[in-house]
Unconditional design. Sequence first.
Length: 120
Amino acid sequence: MLSTKENREPEAIKIRASVLGSIARLAALETKGVIGMSLKPWRRLLGTLGFGKFDEGVRVKFKESDIKLTTSLLVEYGADIPLVASAVADNVKKAIEKMTGITSLDIVVDVRGVVKAKSQ
């Protein structure tokens, strides 16, 4: 039999900004029309050397009880940019709400470039 100490709910659950960034990045990359995340050149170099982080291309800021997420991404050439941006915002919001229960989100989609998809 388990003691009551083992059955208790945690008093506080802390979710790091990097975890929210990882969720947002993965949700954005799943969106049709998104080619990748926009990285600063020095971060791209670090990523190729194996020092990249899973939340690249996403900034997370906490302001009072709200969370502001900014995704910086590259869109496929020929895609409907407003449609892709709206889909990214929806996917990110749904993924974070589902995985964390956080609902007070302000999501900004920053389209940094248009890239031609690599031919198959």
